[in-house]
Design a protein around this ligand. Structure first.
Ligand SMILES: Cc1cc2nc3c(=O)[nH]c(=O)nc-3n(C[C@H](O)[C@H](O)[C@H](O)COP(=O)(O)OP(=O)(O)OC[C@H]3O[C@@H](n4cnc5c(N)ncnc54)[C@H](O)[C@@H]3O)c2cc1C
Length: 406
């Protein structure tokens, strides 16, 4: 099937009266319906442009990084104030979207960072949160054990508690954004874009469903960016295998559900663990943030490994003794789509004047979907705000991994 620019413009006319119109409307194709592509398409459409969003497997599909049940939205980012500010902005935009769409897909669990009070990242986070004006509680060991007796933390450890942070229902939230985008007059289509090569000005992209022509193209392809844009991102996106487990809670036990149990991120331990309370009765979610081995997002089987099962069991027994004998009632294998240091890559393709890259969420991107969409839409359309962020440039991305953003 071939979609022309005129058809694109026409298909969007019906919804434009309620939108904030741009002075000149263009046609855009967004490739990839994960959280970055969904919010970019939504933002462009809200500005009055004609937009086609495509995905090879479907919105927030099972292979996509955005396809999980839940993702944390939190403001603590150590000294990386840019991400604290983006998280704050995104929370505003998520809430506005939930109100507009009538879907409430944020669970207000709060986020607990377990850390030794002298932990450098925790100290920097406290400073940044104060500077930006994000509320938090600074908890001592006694405070934590009094509030959360079901968590066993080491003597001397404390915590930062962010009361306004929580869990986004990830897959549902992305699908809700796309559904609203379509109601607003955008076009969604299941189609796979072919690998892009060449240079100059791109007249149309080739897809499994035919050519699609537009003024500009945004590739928001997550872990696939290196495959679809090999000349610039092959070797610059590092997909890693990440395993997630759901432990069954004891019958009738409310200690592992909100509000008794918040989301927790464990800096008091070198195993790099974090997790969620029992949401939607799925179980107590425990995950590894340390990067796993390389993964092919198309072809990998997604069964958990015996090693990770054992590590997760051991960790749960240490930190949550009441769950030491709990069965594992579910699991997921997902991938992080890491850049060399964990900063996003949102920039123009160096070989095409009308092709853009939006990705590199690096295991922390989901919460930022709204701010990323807003930023990308502004870059692509030449809009003024927000200012250009040098850390998102392609030039700043290396071919060796040195993770610095957590
Ligand atoms: C286990 C796990 C836990 C995480 N926890 C958190 C968290 O708590 N908080 C947080 O903020 N972030 C978290 N993240 C990170 C976050 O989920 C990702 O950064 C974010 O979802 C990336 O979104 P994306 O849109 O860039 O990529 P994706 O969601 O992967 O979407 C890319 C899409 O592009 C499509 N695509 C690719 N190539 C093509 C093509 N050629 N043609 C058409 N379509 C194509 C794919 O099918 C896919 O749907 C976590 C990630 C994982 C894996």
């Amino acid at each position: 099937m071939r979609i022309t620019r005129r058809e694109l413009a026409f298909s969007s006319l019906a919804a434009t009266s309620t939108l904030a119109m741009a002075s000149t409307t263009n046609t855009y194709v967004v490739i990839g319906a994960g959280v970055f592509g969904a919010w970019t398409a939504y933002s462009l459409r809200r500005s009055g442009h004609s937009v086609v969003l495509i995905d090879q497997y479907g919105p927030a599909n099972e292979r996509a990084s955005s396809g999980g049940e839940t993702r944390i939205i939190r403001a603590s980012y150590g000294k990386d104030e840019v991400y604290t500010r983006m998280a704050v902005r995104s929370l505003v935009l998520w809430n506005a979207f939930f109100e507009r769409s009538g879907r409430d897909l944020l669970s207000h669990t709060g986020v607990l960072w377990i850390a030794n009070p002298e932990n450098a990242y925790a100290k920097q986070s406290r400073e940044t949160l104060r500077r930006v004006g994000v509320p938090f509680d600074d908890l001592t060991h006694d405070d934590v054990t009094r509030r959360y007796p079901q968590i066993a933390i080491e003597e001397g450890a404390g915590a930062i508690f962010e009361p306004e942070s929580g869990a986004l229902m990830a897959r549902q939230a992305v699908q809700a954004v796309i559904s609203q985008f379509v109601k607003d007059g955008g076009t969604y289509q299941l189609a796979a874009a072919q690998t892009l090569s060449g240079h100059g000005h791109l007249d149309a992209i080739e897809t499994s469903q035919g050519r699609i022509a537009a003024d500009a193209y945004i590739f928001a392809c997550g872990a696939w960016l290196g495959k679809v844009l090999p000349s610039v991102l092959g070797g610059r996106i590092f997909p890693t295998r990440q395993e997630v487990f759901f432990f069954g809670i004891p019958p009738g036990d409310t200690r592992f559900q909100p509000p008794q149990m918040p989301i927790w991120i464990d800096f008091g331990d070198n195993r790099g663990m974090y997790g969620f309370p029992d949401l939607e009765s799925r179980g107590f979610k425990v995950a590894f943030d340390l990067h796993g081995p390389a993964i092919d997002p198309d072809h990998a089987n997604r069964f958990p490994t015996p090693t990770k099962i054992e590590e997760a069991r051991q960790y749960v027994a240490d930190r949550f003794p009441a769950l030491a004998q709990s069965p594992i009632i579910g699991s997921r294998v997902c991938q992080y789509e890491n850049t060399s240091n964990g900063d996003f890559v949102i920039d123009r393709h160096p070989d095409f004047d009308n092709v853009w890259i939006c990705g590199g969420g690096s295991g922390h991107g989901f919460k930022h979907g709204p701010a990323v969409g807003e930023y990308t839409a502004a870059r692509v359309t030449g809009g003024s705000a927000p200012p250009i962020q040098p850390r998102f440039s392609l030039a700043s991305k290396g071919t060796e991994q040195h993770r610095s953003v957590v």
